[in-house]
Design a protein around this ligand. Structure first.
Ligand code: HAM
Length: 410
Protein backbone atom coordinates (compact mmCIF):
# COMPACT_ATOMS: atom_id res chain seq x y z
CA UNK A 1 0.00 0.00 0.00
CA UNK A 2 1.21 3.47 -0.79
CA UNK A 3 1.01 5.32 2.49
CA UNK A 4 0.15 8.92 3.14
CA UNK A 5 3.26 11.00 3.81
CA UNK A 6 4.11 11.70 7.44
CA UNK A 7 2.95 15.10 8.67
CA UNK A 8 0.11 15.35 6.13
CA UNK A 9 -3.61 14.92 6.70
CA UNK A 10 -6.53 13.36 4.84
CA UNK A 11 -9.58 15.41 5.64
CA UNK A 12 -12.92 13.58 5.53
CA UNK A 13 -16.31 15.34 5.32
CA UNK A 14 -17.27 15.22 9.03
CA UNK A 15 -13.92 16.70 10.01
CA UNK A 16 -13.98 19.15 7.11
CA UNK A 17 -17.36 20.50 8.21
CA UNK A 18 -16.06 21.23 11.71
CA UNK A 19 -12.96 22.90 10.25
CA UNK A 20 -15.07 25.00 7.90
CA UNK A 21 -17.13 26.31 10.84
CA UNK A 22 -13.96 27.30 12.71
CA UNK A 23 -12.29 28.84 9.65
CA UNK A 24 -15.32 30.94 8.81
CA UNK A 25 -15.59 32.24 12.37
CA UNK A 26 -11.95 33.33 12.13
CA UNK A 27 -12.38 35.13 8.82
CA UNK A 28 -15.62 36.73 10.04
CA UNK A 29 -13.81 38.32 12.99
CA UNK A 30 -11.03 39.53 10.64
CA UNK A 31 -13.64 41.12 8.36
CA UNK A 32 -15.32 42.76 11.34
CA UNK A 33 -11.97 44.47 12.06
CA UNK A 34 -11.87 45.85 8.51
CA UNK A 35 -9.33 43.39 7.09
CA UNK A 36 -9.67 42.36 3.43
CA UNK A 37 -8.94 38.90 2.11
CA UNK A 38 -6.08 38.10 -0.27
CA UNK A 39 -4.49 34.94 -1.65
CA UNK A 40 -1.01 34.22 -2.99
CA UNK A 41 1.11 31.59 -4.77
CA UNK A 42 1.92 28.33 -2.97
CA UNK A 43 5.33 28.14 -4.66
CA UNK A 44 8.05 30.79 -4.58
CA UNK A 45 11.75 31.16 -5.35
CA UNK A 46 13.75 29.82 -2.40
CA UNK A 47 15.74 33.07 -2.38
CA UNK A 48 12.66 34.93 -1.23
CA UNK A 49 12.92 33.17 2.14
CA UNK A 50 16.73 33.10 2.21
CA UNK A 51 16.74 36.86 2.12
CA UNK A 52 13.65 37.65 4.13
CA UNK A 53 13.03 35.02 6.77
CA UNK A 54 16.41 33.81 7.97
CA UNK A 55 18.27 30.49 7.84
CA UNK A 56 16.10 28.67 10.41
CA UNK A 57 13.08 28.60 8.15
CA UNK A 58 15.08 27.85 4.97
CA UNK A 59 16.32 24.65 6.63
CA UNK A 60 12.65 23.68 6.96
CA UNK A 61 11.53 24.26 3.39
CA UNK A 62 10.12 21.69 0.99
CA UNK A 63 12.38 22.94 -1.80
CA UNK A 64 13.43 21.52 -5.14
CA UNK A 65 14.87 22.44 -8.51
CA UNK A 66 12.11 22.84 -11.10
CA UNK A 67 12.27 21.91 -14.79
CA UNK A 68 13.62 25.36 -15.59
CA UNK A 69 16.53 24.83 -13.20
CA UNK A 70 15.19 27.29 -10.62
CA UNK A 71 15.50 26.63 -6.91
CA UNK A 72 11.93 26.89 -5.70
CA UNK A 73 9.98 25.96 -2.60
CA UNK A 74 6.50 25.40 -1.27
CA UNK A 75 5.83 28.44 0.93
CA UNK A 76 6.82 27.93 4.60
CA UNK A 77 5.23 31.26 5.57
CA UNK A 78 3.48 34.16 3.88
CA UNK A 79 5.12 37.32 5.21
CA UNK A 80 7.75 37.74 2.43
CA UNK A 81 5.12 37.15 -0.27
CA UNK A 82 2.63 39.61 1.22
CA UNK A 83 5.42 42.18 1.57
CA UNK A 84 6.29 41.71 -2.10
CA UNK A 85 2.62 42.17 -3.01
CA UNK A 86 2.54 45.43 -1.05
CA UNK A 87 5.78 46.65 -2.68
CA UNK A 88 4.37 45.93 -6.15
CA UNK A 89 1.32 48.14 -5.63
CA UNK A 90 2.20 51.82 -5.34
CA UNK A 91 -1.46 52.79 -5.65
CA UNK A 92 -2.64 51.31 -2.34
CA UNK A 93 -4.04 53.75 0.21
CA UNK A 94 -2.41 53.16 3.57
CA UNK A 95 -3.07 51.69 5.98
CA UNK A 96 -3.59 48.41 4.21
CA UNK A 97 -5.24 45.65 6.28
CA UNK A 98 -5.08 42.22 4.70
CA UNK A 99 -5.83 38.70 5.82
CA UNK A 100 -5.43 35.30 4.18
CA UNK A 101 -5.75 31.62 5.08
CA UNK A 102 -3.28 29.71 2.91
CA UNK A 103 -1.86 26.23 3.20
CA UNK A 104 1.83 26.08 3.91
CA UNK A 105 4.59 23.53 4.24
CA UNK A 106 7.53 23.07 6.58
CA UNK A 107 9.85 20.11 6.62
CA UNK A 108 9.84 19.79 10.41
CA UNK A 109 9.68 16.68 12.55
CA UNK A 110 5.94 15.96 12.83
CA UNK A 111 4.87 16.14 16.49
CA UNK A 112 2.05 17.42 18.65
CA UNK A 113 1.02 20.75 17.15
CA UNK A 114 3.49 20.57 14.27
CA UNK A 115 2.81 19.05 10.87
CA UNK A 116 4.46 19.32 7.49
CA UNK A 117 1.37 20.75 5.86
CA UNK A 118 -0.94 23.11 7.69
CA UNK A 119 -3.17 26.12 7.21
CA UNK A 120 -2.04 29.43 8.62
CA UNK A 121 -4.33 32.40 9.10
CA UNK A 122 -2.41 35.64 8.50
CA UNK A 123 -3.45 39.21 9.29
CA UNK A 124 -1.20 42.21 8.73
CA UNK A 125 -1.40 46.00 8.72
CA UNK A 126 0.94 47.93 6.42
CA UNK A 127 1.81 51.61 6.50
CA UNK A 128 1.41 52.45 10.19
CA UNK A 129 4.48 52.82 12.37
CA UNK A 130 2.81 53.79 15.61
CA UNK A 131 1.70 51.42 18.31
CA UNK A 132 -2.00 51.78 17.37
CA UNK A 133 -1.50 49.19 14.62
CA UNK A 134 0.25 46.77 17.00
CA UNK A 135 -2.69 47.12 19.38
CA UNK A 136 -5.20 46.51 16.58
CA UNK A 137 -3.55 43.25 15.40
CA UNK A 138 -3.02 41.92 18.92
CA UNK A 139 -6.66 42.73 19.71
CA UNK A 140 -7.74 40.94 16.53
CA UNK A 141 -5.72 37.84 17.43
CA UNK A 142 -7.27 37.78 20.90
CA UNK A 143 -10.79 38.46 19.64
CA UNK A 144 -10.46 35.47 17.31
CA UNK A 145 -9.41 33.16 20.15
CA UNK A 146 -12.16 34.55 22.41
CA UNK A 147 -14.79 34.06 19.70
CA UNK A 148 -13.69 30.45 19.27
CA UNK A 149 -14.44 29.82 22.94
CA UNK A 150 -10.87 30.00 24.26
CA UNK A 151 -11.29 33.10 26.42
CA UNK A 152 -9.24 32.71 29.60
CA UNK A 153 -7.66 29.52 28.31
CA UNK A 154 -4.71 31.17 26.62
CA UNK A 155 -2.19 33.82 27.56
CA UNK A 156 -1.08 36.52 25.15
CA UNK A 157 2.60 37.15 25.81
CA UNK A 158 4.06 40.35 24.44
CA UNK A 159 7.65 41.45 24.29
CA UNK A 160 9.74 44.05 22.56
CA UNK A 161 12.77 43.34 20.43
CA UNK A 162 13.98 46.94 20.78
CA UNK A 163 14.12 46.66 24.55
CA UNK A 164 15.92 43.30 24.24
CA UNK A 165 18.22 44.64 21.55
CA UNK A 166 19.17 47.60 23.77
CA UNK A 167 20.02 45.16 26.51
CA UNK A 168 22.07 42.91 24.18
CA UNK A 169 23.81 45.94 22.67
CA UNK A 170 24.78 47.08 26.16
CA UNK A 171 26.35 43.63 26.50
CA UNK A 172 28.28 44.18 23.26
CA UNK A 173 26.46 41.52 21.25
CA UNK A 174 27.26 41.95 17.55
CA UNK A 175 25.30 39.12 15.93
CA UNK A 176 21.81 40.10 17.09
CA UNK A 177 20.07 37.55 14.84
CA UNK A 178 22.17 34.70 16.23
CA UNK A 179 21.56 35.76 19.83
CA UNK A 180 17.81 36.10 19.26
CA UNK A 181 17.71 32.64 17.74
CA UNK A 182 19.11 31.11 20.92
CA UNK A 183 16.90 33.21 23.19
CA UNK A 184 13.92 32.04 21.16
CA UNK A 185 14.93 28.44 21.90
CA UNK A 186 15.45 29.11 25.64
CA UNK A 187 12.33 27.18 26.75
CA UNK A 188 12.93 24.30 24.32
CA UNK A 189 16.57 23.45 25.20
CA UNK A 190 18.27 22.47 28.50
CA UNK A 191 19.56 25.43 30.51
CA UNK A 192 23.14 24.11 30.18
CA UNK A 193 23.02 24.20 26.39
CA UNK A 194 21.45 27.64 26.46
CA UNK A 195 24.33 28.90 28.61
CA UNK A 196 26.98 27.33 26.40
CA UNK A 197 25.39 28.82 23.29
CA UNK A 198 25.04 32.27 24.84
CA UNK A 199 28.69 32.21 25.92
CA UNK A 200 29.56 32.51 22.23
CA UNK A 201 28.06 35.99 22.41
CA UNK A 202 28.53 37.32 25.96
CA UNK A 203 30.56 36.77 29.14
CA UNK A 204 29.37 34.38 31.92
CA UNK A 205 28.25 37.25 34.21
CA UNK A 206 26.22 38.70 31.40
CA UNK A 207 24.61 35.35 30.70
CA UNK A 208 23.43 35.45 34.30
CA UNK A 209 21.94 38.93 33.88
CA UNK A 210 20.27 37.82 30.66
CA UNK A 211 18.80 34.74 32.32
CA UNK A 212 17.35 36.91 35.03
CA UNK A 213 15.86 39.33 32.52
CA UNK A 214 14.25 36.44 30.65
CA UNK A 215 12.45 35.56 33.87
CA UNK A 216 10.64 38.92 33.88
CA UNK A 217 7.07 38.02 33.19
CA UNK A 218 3.80 39.58 34.22
CA UNK A 219 2.03 42.88 34.24
CA UNK A 220 3.54 45.38 31.79
CA UNK A 221 4.12 48.02 34.48
CA UNK A 222 5.74 45.60 36.90
CA UNK A 223 8.19 44.38 34.25
CA UNK A 224 8.93 47.83 32.91
CA UNK A 225 9.75 49.11 36.38
CA UNK A 226 12.89 47.01 36.09
CA UNK A 227 14.06 49.10 33.12
CA UNK A 228 15.11 52.75 33.09
CA UNK A 229 12.35 55.03 31.78
CA UNK A 230 12.74 55.60 28.05
CA UNK A 231 10.68 56.39 24.99
CA UNK A 232 10.27 52.66 24.57
CA UNK A 233 8.88 51.96 28.03
CA UNK A 234 6.37 54.74 27.38
CA UNK A 235 5.29 53.13 24.10
CA UNK A 236 4.83 49.77 25.80
CA UNK A 237 2.70 51.32 28.53
CA UNK A 238 0.60 52.92 25.83
CA UNK A 239 0.13 49.53 24.17
CA UNK A 240 -1.17 48.12 27.44
CA UNK A 241 -3.60 51.07 27.82
CA UNK A 242 -4.87 50.70 24.27
CA UNK A 243 -5.44 46.98 24.69
CA UNK A 244 -7.42 47.64 27.85
CA UNK A 245 -9.79 49.73 25.73
CA UNK A 246 -10.20 46.72 23.40
CA UNK A 247 -11.08 44.74 26.51
CA UNK A 248 -7.92 42.63 26.29
CA UNK A 249 -5.14 42.09 28.77
CA UNK A 250 -1.70 40.71 27.97
CA UNK A 251 1.34 39.52 29.86
CA UNK A 252 4.70 41.11 29.25
CA UNK A 253 7.33 38.41 28.82
CA UNK A 254 10.85 39.22 27.65
CA UNK A 255 11.65 35.60 26.83
CA UNK A 256 9.45 35.97 23.73
CA UNK A 257 11.74 37.07 20.88
CA UNK A 258 10.42 34.88 18.01
CA UNK A 259 12.53 32.77 15.70
CA UNK A 260 12.12 34.74 12.49
CA UNK A 261 14.83 37.21 11.57
CA UNK A 262 12.76 40.12 10.32
CA UNK A 263 11.02 41.38 13.47
CA UNK A 264 11.96 44.91 14.50
CA UNK A 265 9.73 45.87 17.44
CA UNK A 266 6.80 44.41 19.35
CA UNK A 267 6.62 40.62 19.15
CA UNK A 268 3.88 38.43 20.59
CA UNK A 269 2.72 34.86 20.96
CA UNK A 270 -0.46 33.31 22.34
CA UNK A 271 0.17 30.28 24.53
CA UNK A 272 -1.96 27.58 26.06
CA UNK A 273 -2.65 28.66 29.68
CA UNK A 274 -2.10 25.03 30.75
CA UNK A 275 1.23 24.98 28.88
CA UNK A 276 0.44 21.66 27.25
CA UNK A 277 0.90 22.85 23.68
CA UNK A 278 3.29 25.00 21.71
CA UNK A 279 2.43 28.56 20.64
CA UNK A 280 -1.06 28.94 19.17
CA UNK A 281 -0.05 31.96 17.11
CA UNK A 282 2.82 34.38 16.74
CA UNK A 283 3.63 37.70 15.16
CA UNK A 284 5.11 41.12 15.51
CA UNK A 285 6.35 44.24 13.81
CA UNK A 286 8.60 43.99 10.75
CA UNK A 287 9.30 47.48 9.47
CA UNK A 288 12.16 46.66 7.11
CA UNK A 289 10.82 43.89 4.87
CA UNK A 290 8.73 45.77 2.28
CA UNK A 291 11.59 48.12 1.41
CA UNK A 292 13.80 45.14 0.55
CA UNK A 293 11.60 44.81 -2.54
CA UNK A 294 12.65 48.26 -3.71
CA UNK A 295 9.59 50.06 -2.34
CA UNK A 296 9.42 53.05 -0.02
CA UNK A 297 10.00 52.09 3.62
CA UNK A 298 6.67 50.66 4.75
CA UNK A 299 6.13 49.71 8.38
CA UNK A 300 4.21 46.49 9.00
CA UNK A 301 2.82 44.42 11.83
CA UNK A 302 0.89 41.17 11.83
CA UNK A 303 0.64 37.57 12.95
CA UNK A 304 0.20 34.02 11.75
CA UNK A 305 -1.94 31.36 13.40
CA UNK A 306 -1.76 27.72 12.34
CA UNK A 307 -4.79 25.42 12.43
CA UNK A 308 -3.00 22.59 14.28
CA UNK A 309 -2.40 23.81 17.85
CA UNK A 310 -5.65 25.76 17.63
CA UNK A 311 -7.56 22.54 16.96
CA UNK A 312 -5.79 20.66 19.76
CA UNK A 313 -6.67 23.46 22.18
CA UNK A 314 -10.29 23.65 21.05
CA UNK A 315 -10.71 19.88 21.35
CA UNK A 316 -9.22 19.79 24.83
CA UNK A 317 -11.44 22.66 25.95
CA UNK A 318 -14.54 21.01 24.44
CA UNK A 319 -15.25 23.85 22.01
CA UNK A 320 -14.38 22.06 18.77
CA UNK A 321 -17.56 21.81 16.61
CA UNK A 322 -19.35 18.50 16.37
CA UNK A 323 -17.99 16.33 13.59
CA UNK A 324 -20.86 15.10 11.47
CA UNK A 325 -22.35 15.50 8.07
CA UNK A 326 -25.87 16.78 7.61
CA UNK A 327 -28.38 17.77 4.95
CA UNK A 328 -31.65 19.67 5.23
CA UNK A 329 -33.68 17.34 3.02
CA UNK A 330 -33.35 13.87 1.61
CA UNK A 331 -35.73 13.22 -1.27
CA UNK A 332 -36.80 9.58 -1.16
CA UNK A 333 -38.36 8.07 -4.27
CA UNK A 334 -41.17 5.55 -4.73
CA UNK A 335 -40.52 3.54 -7.95
CA UNK A 336 -41.80 5.40 -11.02
CA UNK A 337 -41.57 8.91 -9.54
CA UNK A 338 -37.91 9.85 -10.19
CA UNK A 339 -38.67 12.74 -12.56
CA UNK A 340 -41.12 14.32 -10.12
CA UNK A 341 -38.62 13.79 -7.28
CA UNK A 342 -35.91 15.62 -9.25
CA UNK A 343 -38.30 18.53 -9.71
CA UNK A 344 -38.97 18.68 -5.95
CA UNK A 345 -35.22 18.58 -5.21
CA UNK A 346 -34.60 21.35 -7.77
CA UNK A 347 -37.18 23.58 -6.18
CA UNK A 348 -35.71 23.18 -2.68
CA UNK A 349 -32.11 23.55 -3.88
CA UNK A 350 -33.00 26.82 -5.56
CA UNK A 351 -34.48 28.03 -2.28
CA UNK A 352 -31.03 27.54 -0.76
CA UNK A 353 -31.53 24.24 1.09
CA UNK A 354 -29.03 21.43 1.17
CA UNK A 355 -30.85 18.61 -0.57
CA UNK A 356 -29.78 15.07 -1.35
CA UNK A 357 -31.77 12.68 -3.48
CA UNK A 358 -31.93 8.90 -3.89
CA UNK A 359 -29.55 7.90 -6.71
CA UNK A 360 -30.39 4.18 -6.68
CA UNK A 361 -33.69 2.33 -6.66
CA UNK A 362 -33.57 1.11 -3.08
CA UNK A 363 -36.51 0.11 -0.93
CA UNK A 364 -38.06 2.91 1.12
CA UNK A 365 -36.72 1.44 4.35
CA UNK A 366 -33.16 1.43 2.94
CA UNK A 367 -33.60 5.00 1.77
CA UNK A 368 -34.75 5.95 5.28
CA UNK A 369 -31.71 4.32 6.84
CA UNK A 370 -29.48 6.19 4.43
CA UNK A 371 -31.24 9.50 5.21
CA UNK A 372 -30.60 8.79 8.88
CA UNK A 373 -26.88 8.33 8.21
CA UNK A 374 -26.84 11.65 6.38
CA UNK A 375 -28.44 13.29 9.45
CA UNK A 376 -31.17 14.62 7.18
CA UNK A 377 -33.53 16.93 9.05
CA UNK A 378 -36.47 15.94 6.82
CA UNK A 379 -37.21 13.24 4.30
CA UNK A 380 -39.64 13.98 1.48
CA UNK A 381 -41.17 10.84 0.05
CA UNK A 382 -42.16 11.47 -3.55
CA UNK A 383 -44.82 9.00 -4.75
CA UNK A 384 -48.52 8.83 -5.71
CA UNK A 385 -49.32 12.02 -3.72
CA UNK A 386 -47.39 14.07 -6.28
CA UNK A 387 -50.44 13.74 -8.56
CA UNK A 388 -52.20 16.00 -6.02
CA UNK A 389 -49.06 18.19 -6.01
CA UNK A 390 -48.23 16.86 -2.53
CA UNK A 391 -45.64 14.66 -0.82
CA UNK A 392 -45.21 12.97 2.54
CA UNK A 393 -42.68 14.83 4.70
CA UNK A 394 -41.08 13.12 7.68
CA UNK A 395 -39.44 15.09 10.46
CA UNK A 396 -36.46 12.86 11.26
CA UNK A 397 -36.03 14.26 14.74
CA UNK A 398 -39.60 13.78 15.99
CA UNK A 399 -40.62 10.98 13.61
CA UNK A 400 -43.74 13.00 12.78
CA UNK A 401 -44.97 12.47 9.23
CA UNK A 402 -47.54 14.41 7.22
CA UNK A 403 -48.67 15.10 3.71
CA UNK A 404 -47.88 18.64 2.54
CA UNK A 405 -48.46 20.60 -0.64
CA UNK A 406 -45.12 20.94 -2.48
CA UNK A 407 -45.18 24.74 -2.26
CA UNK A 408 -45.75 24.48 1.51
CA UNK A 409 -42.45 22.67 2.01
CA UNK A 410 -39.71 24.97 3.34
P1 HAM B 1 5.71 31.45 12.87
O1 HAM B 1 5.91 31.65 14.34
O2 HAM B 1 6.78 30.77 12.13
O3 HAM B 1 5.43 32.90 12.25
O4 HAM B 1 4.36 30.67 12.67
C1 HAM B 1 3.16 31.19 13.18
C2 HAM B 1 2.23 30.07 13.59
O5 HAM B 1 2.10 29.12 12.54
C3 HAM B 1 2.71 29.22 14.77
O6 HAM B 1 2.43 29.85 16.00
C4 HAM B 1 1.88 27.97 14.56
O7 HAM B 1 0.53 28.20 14.95
C5 HAM B 1 1.86 27.84 13.06
N1 HAM B 1 2.90 26.89 12.60
C6 HAM B 1 4.18 27.14 12.29
N2 HAM B 1 4.81 26.01 11.90
C7 HAM B 1 3.90 25.01 11.97
C8 HAM B 1 3.91 23.60 11.69
N3 HAM B 1 4.98 22.98 11.24
N4 HAM B 1 2.76 22.92 11.87
C9 HAM B 1 1.65 23.52 12.31
N5 HAM B 1 1.56 24.84 12.59
C10 HAM B 1 2.68 25.58 12.41
C11 HAM B 1 5.22 33.13 10.92
O8 HAM B 1 5.03 32.28 10.10
C12 HAM B 1 5.09 34.60 10.56
N6 HAM B 1 5.13 34.72 9.10
C13 HAM B 1 3.82 35.16 11.15
C14 HAM B 1 3.63 36.61 10.83
C15 HAM B 1 2.72 37.14 9.98
N7 HAM B 1 4.35 37.59 11.34
C16 HAM B 1 3.91 38.74 10.84
N8 HAM B 1 2.91 38.48 10.01
Amino acid sequence: MLQRLRGFRDIYPEYMRARRIVFSKITQVARSFGFHEIDAPSVELLDLFRIKSGEEIVKQTFSFVDKGGREITLIPELTPTVSRMIAARKDLTKPVKWFSFPKMWRYEEPQSGRLREFYQFNADIFGISNIYADAEVIALAMEILDTLGLKGRYIMRVSDRILMEDLLKSMNVKDMEGAFRIIDKRDKIPLQIFREEMLKYISPEKVEILEETLQYKGDVDVVLNKFPESERTEVLRELKDLLREYGKSVVFDLSIVRGLAYYTGIVFEAHDAKEEFRAILGGGRYDKVVELFGAQPTPAVGFGMGDVVLELMMRREGVWPEEKIEVDYFVAIIPGFRKEAIRVANMLRRKGYIVDIELQDRSLSKQMKYANKLNAKYVIIVGEEIKRNSAVVRNMETGEQKELKIEEIH
